[in-house]
Design a protein around this ligand. Structure first.
Ligand code: ADP
Ligand code: MG
Length: 221
């Protein structure tokens, strides 16, 4: 049994507004993690991306899933660091999940998988390198499995979020092999990777756009 459930009306809008809210709310904490484990610019990069996305929303007045997604990917593509282009290309793949209407759960899962492939193609990180890939990979696996077994969308996305949060938290125990955090080596031990934490919030925002429940962010610090 495969789930062809179409995500609810307004999913794109609520998902991208949720990304704004939760990444924006966690920007200080994410920046702090990057100060402890990297070069400290991630909080500023997140804020800049969201600010650009907000001005895209004001200018473009998005109406469809694709248009909402475009405001976010264009925002990230306007940011430096490693995360700017990687999140930019990731959100561009997500935006392609649907055109006028909302995506089905299966389309959203495949767009997430495409986003992961793009991040790994350009960033060359493998699972375990202490990057955003660590949170995304188990979320994609969980979501694809849920689609295969016909799990309802809210439950499927909740499973993906749980897998992403657990994996993001587990990055505290690993040593970075990519990005500027790799320059500090074992000093980053005990610190959650900020890109993995941000990715878990993105998956959480997608889940919240379906079930309307809060996104837990206290674990980030
Ligand atoms: P930089 O590492 O250049 O300072 P940012 O501070 O903007 O980049 O973003 C840091 C985050 O980007 C990290 O926490 C990590 O999750 C992610 N990241 C860095 N390099 C890579 C890479 N090569 N592939 C995937 N993700 C990466
Ligand atoms: Mg950095």
């Amino acid at each position: 049994m495969t789930s062809n459930e179409t995500l609810p009306d307004g999913f794109g809008r609520d998902f991208l507004r949720g990304v704004q809210k939760h990444l924006g709310g966690a920007a200080d904490a994410l920046g702090d993690l990057d100060r402890r484990a990297g070069d400290g610019d991630f909080g500023t990069n997140v804020r800049t991306a969201l600010k650009l996305a907000t001005s895209n929303i004001e200018t473009d007045d998005p109406a469809t899933y694709r248009q909402w997604g475009t405001t976010m990917y264009m925002g990230w593509l306007g940011v430096g660091g490693t995360s700017g282009p990687l999140f930019g290309m990731f959100f561009r793949d997500l935006a392609k999940a649907a055109d006028d209407g909302e995506p089905t759960l299966a389309q959203f899962a495949e767009a997430l998988a495409a986003g992961q492939a793009t991040i790994q193609k350009y960033g060359e990180a493998e699972v375990g390198d202490k990057t955003m890939v660590d949170a995304l990979d188990p979320a994609v696996t969980a979501l694809r499995t849920a689609v295969e077994s016909g799990t309802p969308a809210g439950e499927a996305l909740a499973g993906a979020e749980k897998a992403a949060v657990e994996a993001a938290r587990a990055t505290a125990e690993t040593t970075a092999r990519r990005g500027r955090a790799s320059y500090v080596g074992d000093v980053a031990k005990g610190v959650i990777d900020p890109g993995a934490a941000a990715m878990a919030l993105v998956i959480g925002a997608a889940r919240a756009a379906v079930d309307g429940e809060e996104v837990e962010t206290a674990w980030i610090g």
